[in-house]
Design a protein around this ligand. Structure first.
Ligand code: PRP
Length: 197
């Protein structure tokens, strides 16, 4: 991973970006550059293509953070693929301590017999992933896999079995590429440390 990349022009898309955005007071070190995300997303897409050759995988993104990764990952899969979304409640620290995850938006279609891949932007405590994997398995799919762009390092989630992991990161507050701080910075094309209040 690179520690540069805030104005990374490896993709040729950053020349016209506003140098004042994002503010340096709130968005600090870039932990994963845009080019690194593109490269890794294509590697995972190729792996999924190979693992599910001959099938039509159903990607299930968890709103809202996974939207950008899911959209890019879908395009990195070389074959038919479908997309659906789940939304879950977020009660902050209360959710994590009680272990309660509530589904706010369910799948649009049945998944019985389907090969499902749950797509997350980040796995931290693993509470959301554990709950949703169990929820999906209860609906008789042919298989359920888990995919996350980011895995926050720590002993709290070591027991998780995640099929596809983009990057493991130290436990800092990160934003960009779908991840937010009070709903902002999801549009940054890289992952950076949030340094605001
Ligand atoms: C984040 C992330 C996961 C969850 C991971 O969602 O997208 O769904 O938290 O945390 P856990 O492993 O500790 O359960 P968030 O609540 O920030 O909502 P958002 O995706 O709408 O930003």
């Amino acid at each position: 991973m690179s520690t540069t990349g805030r104005n990374d022009d490896e993709t040729g898309q950053s020349d016209d970006r506003d140098p004042a955005y994002p503010p340096e007071a709130e968005v600090g070190e870039v932990l994963v550059t845009e080019a690194e995300i593109v490269r890794r997303t294509h590697e995972i897409g190729a792996q999924i293509t190979a693992d599910l050759a001959g099938e039509v995988p159903l990607l299930v993104g968890v709103l809202k953070g996974s939207v950008i990764f899911a959209a890019d990952l879908m395009r990195a899969i070389a074959g038919p693929v479908e997309l659906d979304f789940l939304a879950v409640s977020s009660y902050g620290s209360e959710t994590k301590s009680t272990g309660v995850v509530k589904i706010l938006k369910d799948l649009d279609n049945e998944i019985a017999g389907r090969h499902v891949i749950l797509i997350e932007d980040i796995v931290d405590s693993g509470l959301t992933l554990r709950y949703l994997m169990s929820y999906l398995r209860g609906r008789q799919p042919a298989s359920v896999r888990a995919c996350t762009l980011l895995l926050r390092q720590g002993d709290h989630n070591e027991d998780l079995d995640i099929d596809y992991v983009g990057f493991s990161l130290p436990p800092s507050f990160v934003v960009g590429y779908g991840l937010d701080a009070r709903q902002k910075y999801r549009n940054l094309p890289y992952i950076a440390v949030y340094t605001g209040d």
